[in-house]
Design a protein around this ligand. Structure first.
Ligand SMILES: [Zn+2]
Length: 221
């Protein structure tokens, strides 16, 4: 079986996202790119999360051809492949309909600022909002890719959240950080006050500390 380890990771991170309430059945999709073989392990379109086993995860190439698997890959496959074709630092993508990020994508009209230390570590910068485009289209992949730039997350207006990373664990950390930020911002704004942001320099430093994490220098353990 191709990409067995990647398939196992997709299932374990899916379970984590389900437990956290970041995804529901029928929503969201995950993938991991194996740069060596040029193949992508990606979630199927029609199997409920709690019934997925390693053989249910699809393997496709960068041209969207199915290489292995018994199901069709997610209809959002272009949303994933665009990063693997164009960014050398991205090997994992998570698309979710995480509630608070989705809400922020409806009420927010500017990038989500960095107001939490955990968001600074998990994201490293403000989260842009990509304009609404119909799900499952190449155009959605393109506008979202453009919105993220060289960052690691974007909110998809009226739809959900996408995060990317060098590993699926870092893409997960970005999802958790975006969701915490959105939830906190909604609370702050509901009080009718403006949120205070961390400075750009502090965000950059916290992100670097996180990426070079050693137990002895964790700033927020
Ligand atoms: Zn979606």
């Amino acid at each position: 079986m191709k990409l067995l380890e990647e398939r196992k990771k997709i299932i374990s991170i899916s379970n984590k996202l389900l437990t956290d309430g970041f995804i529901n059945d029928g929503q969201g999709n995950l993938s991991i790119y194996d740069r060596q073989s040029g193949l992508v392990a990606i979630t199927p379109s029609a199997v409920p999360y709690d019934q997925r086993d390693v053989e249910d995860i699809c393997v496709v190439d960068l041209d969207r051809n199915i290489v292995e698997g018994k199901w069709k890959p997610t209809s959002e496959t272009p949303l994933h492949l665009i990063y693997y074709k164009n960014r050398l630092d991205v090997n994992a993508v998570i698309h979710s309909h995480a509630l608070n990020s989705t809400v922020f994508g409806i009420i927010g009209d500017e990038p989500m600022p960095m107001i939490l230390t955990e968001a600074a570590t998990g994201l490293g910068g403000a989260v842009p909002i990509a304009p609404y485009v119909r799900p499952g289209t190449d155009e959605l992949a393109e506008v979202t890719f453009k919105a993220i730039g060289d960052g690691f997350a974007a909110i998809m207006a009226n739809h959900g959240l996408i995060t990317v990373g060098p590993t699926i664990e870092l893409a997960y950390a970005a999802t958790a950080a975006a969701e915490a930020t959105a939830e906190t911002l909604i609370l702050v704004r509901s009080m009718g006050v403006k949120a205070k942001s961390l400075s750009d320099n502090e965000v950059k430093s916290l992100r670097e500390l996180f990426l070079n994490y050693k137990p002895a220098n964790n700033p927020d353990a």
